[in-house]
Design a protein. Structure first.
Length: 326
């Protein structure tokens, strides 16, 4: 394989995502992963007893099965494509990289929230933000809706953009699919409620492990991007050092703290999930209220961080594969 094939796939995939995002009419492989998770979950819940041990074991089996299918299928597709022609493998690999990135779709969905808020349509804004967050939205004020959207953009800068870039740089689209499968399981079965407290524990722990390094790369790249984009670089750095651990997850507050500092706002805090109020620490200092335009600024920061991540991880990938081949 050409040593520049994987970094070139990253570049083409990144460019395609910037142009097209995720068209609604195009079947997305991550939706198929979600269907796979749901099917396996129903099957495993019938096979394992409804006890703590049974659900822990069933959840672990789910992780193994979904991870194996989600990596084995793209690996097989790329192997068959390579048998036909290397350029076919490159084309399919580039499309896979494109499908694993979510920068434009994240911007598109979050800007729907911004547009509804700027139109003074609180009900529409609550509905729009409910599509991109896991919390209850019916109680959110205008500021609460804007804050939720900013937090989602900040957190998913890592989960939806930088972390996939990181894993694709190391192992091409196959390793990227492994990461996205783990991340999708975390979003579907890792809730801390009666249904998933034990069944989703394996997925939650593996997601924490997989995101540990990418989340920290994302935070430092976001700090650099905040300076390059004329945002509050000093605030981003200071709030990151102070508040990067203010979350139950070891990774989520990494980029949220940088974004809060760069914008000069307070994020996180108490939130409702499935009708239950969860007490949470705040992130950042409220120099001013969160406003709809902060969603626009968060997206600008996300794109700046993504470009830096592409340059860093793409260059590292070229070095890794060049050394391996030569």
């Amino acid at each position: 394989m050409n040593p520049f094939a994987v970094p070139a796939m990253l570049g083409v995939g990144f460019f395609l995502d910037l142009l097209f995002g995720d068209p609604y009419w195009l079947p997305h492989p991550i939706r198929l992963v979600g269907i796979l998770i749901s099917c396996f979950e129903r099957m495993l819940r019938k096979c394992f007893p409804k006890t703590k041990g049974g659900e822990l074991l069933g959840g672990a089996v789910l992780v193994l099965w979904v991870a194996a299918c989600s990596t084995g299928i793209p690996l097989g597709i790329l192997w068959l494509a390579a048998l036909v022609h290397p350029y076919l493998m490159f084309a399919i690999g580039s499309i896979m990289c494109y499908q694993l990135l979510a920068a434009k779709s994240l911007r598109t969905e979050s800007m729907k929230v911004c547009s509804r808020l700027e139109a003074k349509d609180l009900s529409g804004a609550r509905q729009a933000v409910s599509m991109i967050v896991g919390r209850d939205t019916e109680r959110l004020t205008e500021e609460g809706v804007a804050k939720a959207a900013v937090e989602t953009v900040a957190e998913n800068t890592s989960d939806g953009v930088l972390a996939p870039l990181f894993y694709m740089a190391l192992g091409g689209p196959v390793l990227g699919f492994f990461y996205k499968a783990v991340n999708t399981m975390d979003s579907m079965v890792a809730y801390k409620n009666d249904k998933y407290l034990y069944f989703g524990r394996a997925a939650a722990r593996l997601d924490d492990i997989c995101n540990f390094i990418p989340a920290r790369f994302s935070a430092w790249l976001m700090i650099l991007a905040s300076g390059l984009l004329g945002l509050d670089f000093r605030g981003a750095f200071q709030i990151y050092l102070r508040d990067r651990k203010n979350h139950a997850s070891p990774n989520s507050a990494q980029t949220e703290s940088v974004c809060a500092g760069a914008l000069g706002v307070e994020l996180a805090g108490d939130a409702w999930y499935f009708g239950v109020l969860h007490k949470k620490k705040t992130i950042g200092t409220a120099k001013r209220p969160v406003v709809p335009d902060d969603i626009r600024l968060a997206n600008r920061l996300m794109y700046g961080t993504a470009v830096l991540g592409l340059l860093l991880f793409g260059g590292a990938s070229a070095l890794i594969y060049g050394v391996w081949i030569f």
